[in-house]
Design a protein. Sequence first.
Length: 302
Amino acid sequence: MTGDVKEYKTYAEQVAILASRGMEIGDVVRAEQALRRVNYYRLSGYWYPFRVLTESGRRDEFYDGTRFDDVVALYEFDERLRSATFAALTPVELAVRAHLGHELGRIDSTVHLDPTKLGPTARKGPHYANWLVRYERELRQSREDFVAHHTKKYGGRLPVWAAVELLDWGSLTYLYGFSPRPVQDAVAGERGLSAPQLLSWLKALNIIRNTCAHHGRLFNRVHTITPKLPKVGVHPDLDAVGTDWTRTFGQLTLVQFLADRLGVGRSKLLSSVLRSFPTVRFVPISHMGVPEGWQERGGLWT
């Protein structure tokens, strides 16, 4: 092997590096135990806001008063947030999956296999062909009983209302985008949204779901997709939130809204986790995009 590789450090040496940069370690043994549970580089994302900011960027040194325990508290909060977000998304995903399969089934039992019966997006570019390859791979690899049943009785041609059960959120989003506009309108309308709005929400929440599934940092992330929102006045409870929709709190509000309109999930799950945000110097809850008085604004977060 050629090239430079960073030198191996023991847990004790990792703790010593943090201390040399100005972090208050407290109980050294407990700090080493924390680094055994959580990789140094994963945890570094949580101490990043504590590093001194200059015009040229973040320095390695920490602000005075930075504590290792505070970094761990932020990580543990984010762990709870990811778990709760994934749990809150699941019934929303299942509801969209069921409704989309039902509406597409009105057109044809195997409409998902015939782009001429789908919307114009399915007939433009390589996206549908790529989606079909992915779907067929999932079909071949599936061990679900309903797939075995259809393979034995119908040669493996699943009707669309069964096929949607094989799709992950990303593939489900693509299928929604491929659908004829009346189908999109029916699915979006039940959620009080237009078709383009729901499509943008599904794309945004796919990123959230993947972040949770892969244990990524969630709480202070800036998200790349800004969801399309209804006009002011259409949904007063959504208007009242008053947040930056590219921040995590804004994205979680999408989950709250969809769960509320569908009547699924536990309405207090996410808010109870948000209330557990630790009191940490340098990193207030506003880093998530949470507005002041968020619980008193009525509607979705009360």
